[in-house]
Each structure stands twice: as C-alpha cells, then as structure tokens.
Design a binder for this molecule. Sequence first.
Ligand code: XMP
Length: 516
Amino acid sequence: MKDTILIVDFGSQVTKLIARRIREFGVFSQIVPYHQLKKKNIQVDEVKGIIFSGGPNSVDEKFAPKVPKSIYNLNIPILGICYGLQLICKKFGGKVSYSQKREFGKIFLKVKKKSLLFDNTFKVNKEYQVWMSHSDAVKQLPNGFESIASSNSCQSAVVQNTKEKIYGVQFHPEVVHTYKGKEILMNFVKKICRCKKHWNMKSFKNDIIQSIRKKVGNNNVLCGLSGGVDSTVTAVLVHNAIGDQLKCLFVDTGLMRMNEARSIKKLFNENFNIKLDVVNSSKKFLAKLSKVKDPETKRKIIGKQFIDVFERYSNKQKNIKFLAQGTLYPDVIESSSNMGKKSVTIKSHHNVGGLPKNIKFKLLEPLRELFKDEVRKLGKELNIPNELVNRHPFPGPGLGIRILGEITKKNVEILRKADEIFIKKIKERGLYDKIWQAFCVLLPVKTVGVMGDNRTYERICVLRAVTSVDGMTAESFKFPEKFLESCANEIVNNVKGINRVCYDLTSKPPGTIEYE
Ligand code: XMP
C-alpha cells in the first residue's frame, strides 16, 4: 500500500507540475480528470490527500466542472488551487465572482495568520512573491473558513478550514515563479496529509511493469520505434514486462535522419535482446505527402500512414492487440487538454492527436504521465546506455515537419545532409549533451547568392538548437558566433541546394521547438 495524493484535473495547463512536484518529495501522485472522479474509485486507505487543480472555467458557469459531493465527506484533506479554491468556496456557500482587478503573473501575498500550510515557510505579516493567473476571486468566504493571506486585489488569497482539513490557495504553488511554492505543497503533503516518502523511479518502474502485464495479458504488443528516447524507453519497459510478446518495428518513412535505420538497428542489436524488424515505407509516405503544404494535414497524413504500416505488419503476426507508443505528458497537453474546452490544439503530435480515429489497436502508453527528464531517469533505471538515453528528441513525423512547404525526396536529401553536418559539429565541440535538441529546418524560400563566379538561387536553411527541461518551454542555445559561422560555411559549401544559413533565436513560447 502506498500513500497517494490524488490530483483532480480541471483543465489547467500546469496540472502535471503538481504531480511532478509531489513525486519529487517521494510521494506517489495520480491525476484524475474531474469527470472521471467517483467516490467508489478512491482507495481511501491509500489516498491521503486530494488536490483540486486550476482550470479555465468560472465556477458560476452553467456547466462548470465539479466533483461529486461525496468527495468532500471522505475525511481526507483537500487543497484547492486557483479554480479549485473557488470551487470549494462556492460548494460551502461562499461567493465567487469576476474581479475588476485581474491578477496575472508575479503578485505579492501578505500573510495574516499562521497555518500548517505555511509552516517554516511564510511568516505572519510578511510579504512573499507568488504567481497568479485569475480573473475570478472569492468575494465572500463560507462559514467555517478563514482567510489567512491576501493580495492587493484578492482578500481571500489563501483560506483554511482546519476542522474539515480543507485549504485553498489562489496562487499556483506548483510553478517555479512562486517563492517557496514547493515548500507550501510539501507542507500540505507531509504535514497536513502526513504522507510518507516511498515513491521513486524504481518503484514507478516496478508498478508500471506490473500494470502493463495486467493490461496486456496473453496478447501481443507492437511498438513503433522512431530512434528517439521515448520509443526506446517504451520498448525496453514493455519488453521487461512481457518479453517476446513485444514486437518492435522501425518504419523508415523516408523522413528519417541520415543513416537512422542502420544506426538504430545496430544500437538495438548491441544493447538489447529485443528483435527489431525494419520496414521501408518511404515511397508510400512521400507519395501521400506529395504537394501537401499545410502542417496539420502533413501530420495527419503521416499519422495515418504509420497506422497503415502497423496494421499491415500486425496482420502477418499473431494476436497483436496493442500498439505501444512513447507518448509523453507534454504531447498530451499540446495535442489538446482532455478537459480544457478553452485550451487550443497547438499541434497534433502524431502519437496523440495525429492518429486516425478508428484504429484496430488498443493504445499502450506507459510514459503518458511523464516529462522527458523523468523518461530519461526511467531509461537509466532500465539500464539503457547513455548513448540512447541522452539522444536528442526526434519527432514521430520526422523531417516532414522540418521541411516547410512541399516535401520532396530531393528536399529531404538536402535537409538530411545539412542536419548531419550541424549535429556532427555540435558533437565535435562537446556541446551535444548541453543542448535539449538541435536540428536544421529547410525554408520554402530561395535567395540569391554567389559561389565562385556564379550566381546561385537556392534555399535557406535555419539552424535551431534549444535548451529546455521538459520541452514545454525552451530557449535558444547561445553558441559562440564563430561556431555558427563555421556551421554556415560548411553547410553552404557541402550541401547543394542551400546557399544561406540563419540561426533561430526564438524561445518557446512564443515559438515552438519544431516549425510545424
Ligand atoms: P514543439 O514543437 O511542440 O515540440 O515545441 C516539443 C517537443 O515535442 C517534439 N515533438 C514531437 N514528438 N511526435 C513526437 O513524438 C510529434 O508529432 C511531435 N511534435 C513535436 C519536439 O521534437 C520537441 O522535442
């Protein structure tokens, strides 16, 4: 039995950060979408605390998300964050309404009363910087609740009802911009819910292996390998769970990096006892993508082609019921929030939103709750060599989303050569492990240049390299100017079809890491 904190998700983009912080304390946490929360599903002996996340709705909306009333009667401590706080106050008879003075970003919080939530962290009569993002605020507290901290525009910025063990914060303790936010969450988890520390990557690995076994039973699983860290960790994890019931397939889409198929096969043969089949479907992928320019259409076509290949392959095998994919939490958020009607789809990541609706497989996505850095830790726990664990991420749709405009065999070859040069130089310079992801992008515009005595009219190649912790936000990597210059020279001199090279300085947001 493990102490668990249940996080009820109301659609905030940062809900996962709550889970992540709690896991960092060594306590297991689980996210449940609000509409799936049922009293009978809560293992009262394991769940030691419940956190309501923030969300984009107003509690007074007609179909505002809520939880069953019985959740409040479990005698389990509850912490409401932002929307969660407002929901609690409304439920117990308080008033929440739109505030003329909205608060976004860094706000100062004045502490008025001592609380276990503030233990060893926030002192009475002192001010602390927290991060808020709200338009609604609690205007009248319900009976039994007291306000223990306020901001300029929000009288009830932190509230408590110690008798019922219910707490609420208008700010977001889960984001790094909140001073000592982690400690506030820790006080809730350890001092109020009295959770003990026993969760770590090893126990996660064992739990997930068991749950894969249970889910899969005697069936077989197909795992599409892309050569990136996510699909590699997925394959090794599933193989640990079900051995040869796992079939691994590397699909050469024609949109892979230079020699990718060969090097993945070699790495797999050398390091694992997992059989890897390779199928070359490049002609088909490129034919289907011919003349397509729109990014989302490209993603959907590539997703569909993958499924076609998987289905054809599985028809020749026995009993393949599941398709294992290395979907990560950021892919899930950015493909669409499962409850955020107001959160928009940024792009259809192929292992989530880009897949066709009707596929014959059930999906097995054991990494769906994890961020990339957690996946790398899991990879190390599975004894996957650093060479594989530390590979830069490579998206399922491959070079297809790095060739802007039309994708042709010739364009892929141009980009592949440029990319190989850029990555080779980064490795030679010892910078590869300092960078989250580096790659080249081929723009659909041509510029005039001069080589020797001749005029050239060729494409622009953009170099992109970013630092990031989890792919959710990113900053451009700051290379020495001379290094960039030498990359530009080597690419222009060696790759026919490119006569100009630029470096992209855009962070995420407002940009994204990939271009499409
Ligand atoms: P963006 O471009 O959304 O990328 O800022 C964030 C991270 O996700 C990777 N990415 C993908 N990975 N399938 C994947 O497996 C996809 O469709 C996909 N799109 C983006 C991207 O390379 C970066 O690491």
